[in-house]
Design a protein around this ligand. Structure first.
Ligand SMILES: Nc1ncnc2c1ncn2[C@@H]1O[C@H](COP(=O)(O)OP(=O)(O)OP(=O)(O)O)[C@@H](O)[C@H]1O
Ligand code: SF4
Ligand SMILES: [Mg+2]
Length: 387
C-alpha cells in the first residue's frame, strides 16, 4: 500500500458529499459532447442483427446469446434487463469485442455508425488471436474503444487499483487512448470530476477514501473521458443502496442527455430502468422476451417473464405491494429447454410452449414480445396486461 497522508473520509462526510444535488454545467457538458451527425448516414448508431454468442466449455457449448436484434439511435438509452446468467454481459462484451478466449460470435452482425464492426466467427477468440484478420480487427477495435464506445464494467468500482490515486487512474486511461500531454489529461480529468460532481480537492484521493457513490461517479467520469458516442453501463449501481442508486441513475440520465450519448444500461432490476431509458430489452436464457418502447412495455406488459420481473422488484415511488419471485431458476444454457425457454417456470405454459419456440410478435408500434400468447397478454385477455 502507498503511504496515505490525507484524512480518511468518514461515512458521515461521504454522505454529505453524496447528498449534494449535482447541477450539470452545460458549458462543460458541451466540451465532452460528441455530435457527429455527418459521420454516418441515418440515425441508428448501433445495430445488432440476430447476434448469437457461444462459449466453448468442457462437454459442450454455452449458448449465452441466441439471436438478439436491436438498434439504438443517437442519444437514446436502452435498459437491458434480466436475471443473472441470461447473457447481458456477454451481449455487452460482444459489442465491445471483449469476449474471453473461449467465446465467439456464432452468427449475426453488429453495425456501428453504418459500418460493420463484427460478424460470425469460425472459432473461439483464443484460436483466432494470431490470425491476420484478428490483427486488423484489433486495430479497428482500438480506434473504437473509449473514443466511440466505452464501458462501465460490472463491479468496476471495486476493481480500482487501491495503491494509485483515483485521478491518476483516469489520467493514465486517457493517455493510453489519446496522444495528449500529462497536463492536458489532468486538466480534462479535473473537468470530468466537476461534471460528475466530485470536488477538485478530492480527486487525488485513493479509492478507499471514496465512498461507493463517489467511486461510481469516478467510473462514469472515466467512461466519459474520451467523449464516446455510446456507453455501455453494466450494473453501474448494484453495489449501492436504493437511494444512492436512484440518485446516480438520475445523474447518469441528465449527463447522457446533456452529452447526447447513446446508452445501454444493464441491470437485473427492472424498476431502475423505468425512469432512465426510452426502450427496454428483457432478456431470458440468451433471447429477448420483450423489446421496445418502455412506456408500452410497462403499461401493457405482454410477456409472462417481464410480468414476473416486475412483480419481483419494489418500486420506490409506487404503491406498496407484495413482492413475488419467479419460481424455479434459469436454465442450463449448455442444454436449454425445448420450445419456449421460459416454459418450465411460466404460469401460462401450455403444450405448444414445450414444443415450439415462439417468434418475436409485434403487439404494438415499437413493442415486440416472444410469447405464443403475446397478443392475448397485450389485450388483457390473458393475465392482467401491465399488472
Ligand atoms: N467465459 C465463460 N465461459 C463459459 N461460460 C460463460 C463464460 N462467461 C459467461 N458464461 C456463461 O454464459 C451465460 C451468460 O453469462 P453472462 O455473464 O453474460 O450473464 P449476465 O446476464 O451478465 O449475468 P449477471 O447478471 O450474473 O452478471 C451464463 O450461463 C454464464 O455462466
Ligand atoms: S410461450 Fe408459453 S411458456 Fe413461453 S412465455 Fe408464452 S405462455 Fe409462457
Ligand atoms: Mg453480467
Amino acid at each position: 500500500m502507498g503511504i496515505i497522508d490525507e484524512d480518511i473520509i468518514t461515512d458521515e462526510e461521504a454522505t454529505v458529499t453524496e447528498t449534494q444535488e449535482i447541477e450539470i454545467d452545460m458549458n462543460l457538458a458541451k466540451e465532452f459532447a460528441k455530435i457527429k451527425k455527418d459521420d454516418f448516414e441515418g440515425d441508428k448508431i448501433l445495430e445488432l442483427k440476430d447476434i448469437q454468442v457461444r462459449y466453448e466449455v468442457h462437454g459442450g457449448e454455452v449458448k449465452a446469446v441466441e439471436g438478439i436484434t436491436f438498434d439504438l439511435k443517437e442519444g437514446e438509452t436502452m435498459g437491458l434487463v434480466g436475471e443473472s446468467g441470461c447473457g447481458k454481459t456477454t451481449a455487452a462484451f460482444t459489442i465491445n469485442h471483449l469476449l474471453p478466449e473461449n467465446g465467439y460470435i456464432a452468427g449475426g452482425e453488429i453495425w456501428y455508425k453504418g459500418k460493420k464492426i463484427a460478424e460470425e466467427e469460425s472459432a473461439p477468440v483464443g484460436f483466432l488471436s494470431r490470425s491476420k484478420e484478428a490483427k486488423a480487427k484489433r486495430e479497428m477495435i482500438n480506434k473504437l474503444r473509449w473514443k466511440e464506445i466505452s464501458m462501465v464494467f460490472q463491479g468496476a468500482m471495486n476493481a480500482m487499483n487501491p495503491v494509485h490515486k483515483v485521478s491518476e487512474q483516469i489520467i493514465e486511461a486517457i493517455l493510453q487512448h489519446e496522444d495528449i500531454s500529462y497536463q492536458e489529461a489532468r486538466e480534462r480529468t479535473e473537468k470530468l470530476f466537476k461534471l460528475v460532481g466530485i470536488e477538485k480537492s478530492r480527486m487525488d484521493g485513493f479509492p478507499h477514501e471514496f465512498s461507493g457513490g463517489m467511486k461510481q461517479r469516478a467510473m462514469i467520469a472515466m467512461a466519459l473521458a474520451c467523449s464516446p458516442s455510446l456507453i455501455i453501463m453494466d450494473e453501474p449501481t448494484t453495489a449501492l443502496d436504493v437511494i444512492m442508486q436512484d440518485k446516480i441513475l438520475a445523474e447518469v440520465r441528465d449527463l447522457q442527455k446533456a452529452l447526447n450519448i447513446a446508452t445501454i444500461l444493464i441491470t437485473h432490476d427492472i424498476s431502475v430502468v423505468a425512469e432512465t431509458a426510452e426502450k427496454i430489452a428483457v432478456m431470458y436464457a440468451g433471447v429477448f422476451m420483450e423489446y421496445g418502447d418502455i412506456v408500452s412495455i410497462f403499461e401493457n406488459t405482454s410477456n409472462p417473464y417481464t410480468q414476473g420481473l416486475k412483480e419481483g422488484f419494489p418500486n420506490i415511488r409506487g404503491e406498496k405491494g407484495t413482492l413475488k419471485s419467479i419460481p424455479g431458476s434459469p436454465p442450463d444454457l449448455v442444454h436449454p429447454p425445448r420450445g419456449c425457454k421460459f416454459h418450465p417456470r411460466c404460469k401460462y405454459a401450455k403444450a405448444e410452449c414445450m414444443e415450439s419456440e415462439p417468434e418475436m410478435i409485434l403487439v404494438d408500434e415499437n413493442h415486440w414480445s416472444r410469447c405464443h400468447f403475446a397478443k392475448d397478454l397485450y389485450s388483457g385477455k390473458l393475465g392482467q396486461g401491465g399488472q
